[in-house]
Design a protein around this ligand. Structure first.
Ligand SMILES: [Zn+2]
Length: 275
């Protein structure tokens, strides 16, 4: 699933491609997951222009000129593609937005169809379920507050980092990578870790996310930017997807273990579960 750096890459790509563009026609297939229902959705966004481009956690927020915001979650395989109008509509292009001033259209493509597009008045957007309960943004969350948050909970590190109400935007890849760099076992309890170690973890989370954004995200699955280009951060992963390969630090085989409902990748030697 696209995580913070991938979603940020999409937001930046959208801004570059469609800022100020007006939506003149909307085509929604019955396979699309949109809210409200397609006829109302289309009526509300027709003739609106894209004005603001932002992200909250893994959510894309596109502010329109008519007081509405288009809220998009890519989920597993959602993509935005900005393509010449002449490109035939693909099987998985569920929503196609025709733009006024150029010869391109914006398409929402989603092979697995978990992604969605929702429309809300901008004034009530942040009260909506799915946005209202999100935790802090890791790139702007101060270190001392992160440490205090971890100390206030008694739960395993990995599931906590994945919990969007704990901290927003981190998924399996950046959770595993930041715990590896911090030499923390994914099952360590948040309140059992020293302040110094938690500060270290906070630093690794921020630097990983920033480095990945610079490289346009991680493409281990189907992720690609709005221009169709894959990211490059997969070349720098130390543990994610590397089970049974040697740890770069100690040479021991990296392991993959189910923790909660998700699998965690870590080094059993460098990341001991000592409490
Ligand atoms: Zn190791």
């Amino acid at each position: 699933m696209p995580e913070l750096p991938e979603v940020e890459t999409v937001v930046r790509g959208l801004k570059k491609s469609v800022a100020g563009e007006t939506i003149t026609a909307i085509s929604i297939k019955p396979t699309a997951r949109v809210f409200p229902r397609p006829d109302e959705f289309s009526r509300k966004i027709k003739n609106a222009s894209f004005e603001t481009f932002s992200r909250r956690g893994k959510n894309i927020l596109l502010g329109l000129s008519n007081g509405y915001t288009l809220w998009v979650h890519l989920k597993m395989t959602g993509h935005f593609y900005y393509l010449p109008k002449s490109t035939p509509t693909g099987k998985h292009d569920h929503v196609v937005l025709t733009l006024k001033n150029n010869d391109h259209s914006l398409r929402f493509n989603d092979y697995r169809r978990f992604g969605y597009l929702k429309l809300f008045p901008t004034s009530t957007l942040h009260n909506q379920k799915g946005l209202a309960e999100l935790g802090p943004e890791p790139l702007t969350f101060p270190c001392d507050e992160f440490v205090a948050l971890c100390k206030s909970k008694h739960r395993m590190l990995k599931p906590a980092l994945l919990d969007q109400t704990f901290i927003a935007g981190i998924g399996n890849i950046y959770a595993d990578e930041s715990l590896y760099l911090s030499r923390l076992h994914p099952m360590r309890l948040t309140d059992s870790v020293s302040n110094k170690k938690l500060a270290e973890l906070h630093g690794h989370i921020q630097s990983l996310l920033k480095s990945s954004i610079k490289l346009m995200g991680t493409s281990v699955d189907t992720f690609a930017g709005v221009n169709g280009q894959p990211g490059k951060f997969q070349n720098y992963l130390k543990v994610y997807g590397r089970e049974n390969k040697p740890c770069e630090r100690c040479g021991k085989s990296l392991t993959r273990q189910k923790i909660g409902s998700r699998s965690a990748h870590f080094c059993p030697k460098c990341q001991r579960n000592s409490r």
